[in-house]
Design a protein around this ligand. Sequence first.
Ligand code: ADE
Length: 224
Amino acid sequence: MRIDIITLFPNLIKSPFESSILKRAIAMGKAEVHFHDLRNYATNKNKQVDDYPFGGGAGMVMMIEPIDRCIMMLKKNRNYDSIIYLTPDGDQLNQMKINTFSTLKNIIMLCGHYKGVDQRVRDHLITDEISIGDFVLSGGELAATILCDSIIRLIPGVIGDESSALSDSFQDDLLAPPIYTRPSNYKGWKVPDVLLSGNASMISNWREEESFKHTQERRPDLLK
Ligand code: ADE
């Protein structure tokens, strides 16, 4: 999978790709992530990428021209399956959308700033608009990082234990059951006996029940 991220702040977003699973996925060649500084696509000497909104009002608007030039350059070299704009008024991200994105080959992510982008970008250049939640970040970079992380970890071979990603919370509309590791008794706080029993079917049943209980308590909306 190849992801091209268009941003005004490439330095803000690079470091998460230099550690842990994202780093490994890139080193293994499972994912390629490229950063494009939008200022390099500005057309005037001042490298201007934003301007005042027509009709007045507070805040600046990201101009269409640098964004269009950057996307056109990328599209010249390959076809893109999805061109995503990260925005708080986009479709809310969930595990099902992430699963779908993880099957794609080439993705562009556009990070917004200031008041957002000229509406014509959204109308003519973008194929998907994604929000990571009902709150406002200062830009789309952190949202794009979250989206990349959630997608890349699902690419086959990226996580060592293939079954691990499938047992995540939300994969089957259930939250994950509690997990424990050594020591089995810490300050008198004990691990449930069933997990030490060695009985695989009892353990599996226990996990299913706990998942269900946990979901009922915390996210009953998922069970509907
Ligand atoms: N940009 C600013 N806030 C955002 C959010 N909640 N989701 C996606 N992009 C954003």
